[in-house]
Design a protein around this ligand. Structure first.
Ligand SMILES: [Zn+2]
Length: 340
């Protein structure tokens, strides 16, 4: 009956009846360690890492909304009957923490949400206002999608826009009822869980994508979870510290690991991606500094610097790189302009 109902509603409302495995691909990474790789969505979900202890589970990051976290919880229940007792928020961005409430509500006996002290403060002081801002601005985004849908003539494009519209409406409705759930355990530099079968090191190694990013490191399994300090897409730099980020990646790279679960994109092997990001940040900052020293306007810098960076890097990042790089140049210009 449930299936019939689901089938029926699937015909009416495709976006509201997604099965759990429609949101994440679960990939075994090491013994008792899984990557939940988020499938593409209009409002992105981050990846999660799932770490099984003898008597409990630790999950890294909670996606953009509680329903996405609940979808992952259903997947986790297929892997183990142990309760989730620890959740880590790698940083304060919306697509990594807004699903927090799903965990304590699924295991009311006790879930500790762990983050750096900076990330907890960021969620409280910057995350919550951003949720409120999004509730106010989403209706315009939805109107734009509707007008794009009216104008679209290509069938495939229409279908995509219709799916996006449904997701956007469902997201806004859910966002209005989100109860922002702050981390319950915080630390300055490191917090280590010593469990019989696994040791998990949660490490703040310096400013990077934000001032609060943590890495989750499993020394025995040689797995590193990096949040958005390193992932498979183009780095988003809006709240970042570009020069510190290079140093922080250097520090992370010194750890002994074989596999990396990033905040977005597929599981990565080795340290190649660390080198790519560091080179990219150095080139970005050098090129932007040169343009700034020449007295180029931001607009001119965006044009000139993006040309150089696209030629060098577009094949190495995701297809959205030419667009994302513009935002990164604006950030670089801002950082350089305020340098002493
Ligand atoms: Zn993210």
């Amino acid at each position: 009956m449930k299936r019939l109902l689901c089938l029926f509603s699937l015909l009416l409302l495709p976006a509201t009846c997604l099965a759990a495995d429609d949101l994440f691909d679960i990939k075994p990474v090491a013994d008792g360690v899984y990557a939940a790789i988020a499938k593409p969505a209009y409002k992105v979900n981050c990846n999660a890492a799932i770490i099984l202890f003898d008597d409990a589970v630790l999950v890294v990051d909670t996606h953009s909304k509680p329903s996405a976290a609940r979808a992952l919880i259903e997947q986790i229940k297929k892997l183990t009957d142990k309760p989730v007792r620890y959740v880590v928020n790698t940083h304060f961005h919306w697509d990594h923490y807004q699903g927090n409430q799903a965990y304590p509500s699924s295991w009311p006996a006790g879930v500790e949400i762990i983050s750096s002290e900076a990330t907890r403060a960021n969620i409280e002081q910057r995350g919550i206002p951003r949720v409120k801002h999004e509730i106010v601005t989403m209706p315009r985004e939805i109107e734009n999608l509707k007008s794009d849908l009216d104008k679209a003539s290509d069938l495939g494009q229409k279908e995509q826009l219709r799916a996006n519209l449904l997701q956007a409406e469902a997201y806004l409705a859910e966002l209005k009822s989100v109860h922002v759930t702050l981390p319950s355990v915080t630390f300055d530099h490191s917090l280590i869980l010593h469990r019989p079968s696994k040791t998990v090191e949660i490490l703040w190694l310096g400013n990077a994508h934000t001032n609060g990013d943590v890495f989750v490191y499993l020394p025995r399994e040689k797995v590193l979870v990096t949040g958005d300090a390193l992932h498979g897409w183009t780095p988003y730099m809006g709240d970042s510290y570009p020069f510190d980020w290079i140093q922080t990646l250097d520090a992370a790279e010194k750890l002994d690991f074989d596999q990396v679960i990033g905040g977005h994109g597929d599981v990565m092997r080795g340290k190649e991606r660390f080198e790519l990001w560091k080179h990219y940040f150095r080139d970005l900052m050098d090129e932007a500094a040169e343009a700034y020293a020449r007295g180029a306007s931001l607009e001119d810098a965006e044009k000139g610097v993006s040309k150089t960076l696209i030629a060098k890097y577009s094949g190495k990042f995701d297809p959205g790189f030419p667009k994302s790089v513009i935002g990164n140049i604006a950030k670089a210009y801002q950082v350089i302009a305020f340098m002493p």
